[in-house]
Design a protein around this ligand. Structure first.
Ligand code: C5P
Length: 216
């Protein structure tokens, strides 16, 4: 996946009109958006379809899919049917559940992102140290795309070591959660950024500043 300016917009607003206006205002700086539960639960899966139809963007659906295989299949199917290019799936639920999402992605000619570890402080409470094992499982399943945290650089770098340089890692936590863009891009291929852009008084100025800051 080619991510323009290495920035994926986390579109976590809960209003489709405001989301649309935001994306229009910064559309020349990005080509990839991530839609998660805030927008989808507020506006429905049509929010995925609307963005897919109106912008030539990569659309990643961040539904952190974490259920039994049969339910994961249904979630993935509805998501790809709505127009998503990829879906984020939790790794901690184990191989069968992840494989179920991969199989559906394959049917649509799409891909999944495997979530290895989270970026918030509580992430270390139960899951710390499991990211490498999840990454190894992803390699066994032939998965090319991963999510790993920018807020725990030691974890990100360790997960990159397991995956090798050819796998694609996207990394949340830059900006509001404390992650630094350049440090993160030493190990990740793209940054996921939400609040630092959409909560800024002027999102266009905010994204331009971030782009200027990126030197790697
Ligand atoms: O607003 P902020 O830039 O912190 O947004 C980060 C985005 O990445 C949010 O959509 C959040 O749900 C998501 N995310 C994360 N940590 C993960 C996986 C996803 O922050 N490990």
């Amino acid at each position: 996946m080619e991510v323009k300016n290495n920035i994926i917009l986390a579109l976590d607003l809960m209003d489709i009109i405001k989301s649309f206006e935001l994306v229009e205002s910064i559309s020349k700086y990005i080509n990839t958006i991530k839609i998660g539960y805030p927008l989808t639960l507020a506006e429905g899966l049509k929010s995925v379809t609307v963005f897919k139809e109106n912008f030539e963007f990569n659309t990643i659906c961040d539904y952190k899919v974490a259920d039994i295989p049969a339910t994961n299949e249904k979630i993935a199917d509805l998501t790809f049917k709505a127009g998503a290019d990829s879906i984020i799936v939790h790794g901690f639920v184990g191989k069968d559940s992840v494989a179920a999402s991969c199989d559906v992605a394959l049917e649509y000619g799409k891909e999944i992102f495997l979530l290895t570890e989270m970026s918030h402080p509580g992430a270390i409470q139960f899951l710390k140290g499991k990211g490498e094992k999840i990454a190894e499982m992803g390699l066994e399943l032939g998965i090319n795309n991963y999510v790993a945290p920018s807020t725990h650089l030691d974890r990100l770098s360790s997960i990159r070591s397991v995956l090798g340089k050819d796998k694609f890692i996207i990394s949340p936590g830059v900006g509001t959660q404390g992650g630094n863009p350049n440090d993160t891009l030493k190990y990740a291929d793209a940054l996921i950024i939400g609040r630092s852009i959409y909560n800024a008084e002027n999102p266009e100025i905010a994204i331009k500043e971030i782009i200027k800051e990126i030197t790697v």
